[in-house]
Design a protein around this ligand. Structure first.
Ligand SMILES: Cc1cc2nc3c(=O)[nH]c(=O)nc-3n(C[C@H](O)[C@H](O)[C@H](O)COP(=O)(O)OP(=O)(O)OC[C@H]3O[C@@H](n4cnc5c(N)ncnc54)[C@H](O)[C@@H]3O)c2cc1C
Length: 491
């Protein structure tokens, strides 16, 4: 890694102009720190406004041995989107790259983020720059009756979503970003800043390697994403939601299967929330309404959502009615897996669900895991942890929640901030190693379900990835994007 000089900063400014370069001394804080971690120090922040500019920036920096850390919305949770503390890495921010190149090679850089998104209704797709915010894309699509269906409690940008293959709360129905990406334009980390266009937007194309997939979920190590073609979905016109209290842990999977059998593709979410996580959200956001009688939080609650993409037809059963009927049918089962159910306003329930992530941040010192299991193992893992964790690590509270419908679990552990064990620098690493070992070795799950690899789980990548796979990844990296970029190593 080479420390950038004044000459380098001037060269970058020549490429991206005054607005495109921020130097130390200017306000770089929001680029150096992320929502969950901080203390990075940037040598500069370079903000290209087009794919062509990105290519020139990459060519220059790779040629000079300057390491760039790609950054989009900076909402990632694994310590991968900010520079280290050396002050030698530059941030390659996509926050100005909200336009796309038109066929004559210029950028459709018209005013207002929404004017830059190209909508193709016949193909049911959009073409966007990597810097477009998810909320801006959906604000643009909503009046047209469409949505990019990746739903989460943060507001990332498209480039970061592709680089991490974001999942979210409606994965069960719509899949992840990979399943909704039809094309990407990328710039490789090589001395030419090679730009490659896989933007056909075709839904079917089996003419060799499907290259776009190499850049999805690989956090920029194989090249940065500058533009994308995304599949969009019809915006739901009707929805109903309920909070279900399962009879016990085994009942959760039974409920999921029953709901799927009865509602099929109308079931759009099946999310789990622990009492500890809900309590943290209610503490943190006092305006949230507690829907449980007397405010007593059940141990575990499922948020289920049904939705339809068409407007109510005359004589059609409403989704609230359907939900009531389905729950009544489930209740009639002799071994009913349901203890209680509350049907209410979907917005209120989603407000609670989306407040969990921020809420648990305030529950103490947070040690967070984003893990996944085959669906049948998720609740078994929770039960195992509820029993074993207190024996090995007493007074560590489990504040988990997750995407039960797809086997994803945000397994959060909270430790009192004045716990003296926090002064022991081996305590948290030992705790993390033990939890991940159980996930991977006992339950054959993943140590990174939907946040990709970052500083916080790089060591687990090294430990749990087979040697041959690491060797192949290193070979692929050397071939495609030989220069250092970002913080993640896949070799
Ligand atoms: C409250 C909250 C809730 C969340 N909920 C979920 C959830 O339900 N599901 C989920 O999957 N995630 C969730 N996340 C995590 C995060 O929002 C996602 O990982 C998000 O998609 C990251 O996108 P970003 O634009 O913020 O990327 P960044 O954080 O900027 O970057 C993430 C990674 O991608 C790389 N990168 C960024 N831009 C590019 C690019 N253009 N080309 C190549 N590489 C690039 C970065 O170097 C880094 O490695 C949540 C985060 C928060 C704070």
């Amino acid at each position: 890694m080479t420390a950038p000089t004044r000459k380098d900063l001037d060269a970058l400014q020549q490429i991206v102009g005054d607005k495109g370069l921020l130097e130390p001394g200017e306000d770089l804080v929001s680029y150096e720190n992320c929502v969950r971690y901080g203390a990075g120090k940037a040598a500069f922040v370079v903000r290209p406004a087009s794919s062509a500019e990105t290519s020139k920036v990459m060519a220059y920096c790779m040629g000079q041995g300057i390491v760039l850390v790609p950054q989009s919305g900076n909402t990632g949770l694994v310590g991968a989107s900010t520079p280290d503390g050396t002050g030698q890495q530059g941030v390659l921010s996509f926050d100005r790259l909200t336009g796309t190149a038109t066929s004559d090679g210029t950028t459709s850089n018209v005013s207002g983020a929404n004017d830059k998104i190209i909508f193709d209704e016949e193909n049911r797709s959009v073409t966007v720059g990597a810097g477009v915010r998810l909320s801006d894309l959906n604000a643009f699509l909503a009046p047209k009756g469409y949505v990019f269906p990746i739903d989460l409690g943060a507001d990332p940008r498209i480039g970061g979503m592709i680089a991490t293959n974001t999942g979210g709360a409606r994965f069960l129905r719509y899949g992840d970003v990979r399943q909704n990406t039809l094309g990407v334009k990328v710039v490789l980390a090589d001395e030419a800043g090679t730009e490659l266009d896989f933007m056909s937007g075709l839904r079917k194309d089996n003419t060799g390697i499907d290259w776009k997939h190499l850049f999805i979920g690989t956090t920029g190590t194989l090249g940065v994403v500058t533009e994308a073609v995304l599949n969009v979905q019809r915006l739901p016109q009707q929805s109903a939601a309920a909070l279900l209290v399962p009879r016990d842990e085994a009942a959760v999977l039974k409920l999921l299967l029953e709901m799927e059998q009865r509602c099929d593709s109308q079931l759009t979410a099946f999310e789990g929330m622990s009492a500890e996580a809900m309590a943290a959200a209610f503490d943190h956001v006092p305006s949230l309404r507690n829907p449980f009688p007397g405010g007593d939080l059940p141990d575990y609650v499922l948020l289920v959502e049904l939705s339809r993409t068409w407007a109510m037809r005359e004589g059609e059963q409403t989704l609230d009615e359907l939900l009531e009927i389905v729950l009544a049918e489930i209740w009639e089962d002799e071994e009913a897996p349901l203890e209680n159910a509350f049907i209410g306003r979907p917005e209120e329930m989603w407000a609670l669900r989306h407040a969990l992530s921020e809420g648990v941040k305030h529950a103490g010192k947070l040690v967070a895991f984003d893990v996944s299991f085959r669906r049948g193992d998720l609740m078994k893992f929770r039960a195992f942890m509820a029993e074993e964790l207190p024996k090995r690590f007493p007074d560590v509270r489990i504040c988990d929640f997750g995407h039960v419908g797809d086997g994803g679990l945000h397994f959060n552990l909270a430790i009192a901030k004045d716990d003296p064990r926090l002064n022991d620098e081996t305590f948290i690493p030992d705790l993390r190693d033990w939890v991940v070992k159980i996930v991977v070795e006992k339950y054959h799950g993943s140590f990174s379900a939907e946040h990709a690899i970052g500083r916080s789980n790089q060591s687990f990548y090294y430990e749990y990835t087979p040697e041959k796979v690491k060797e192949l990844a290193a070979g692929m990296k050397a071939l495609i994007s030989p220069n250092d970029i970002g913080v993640v190593k896949l070799g």
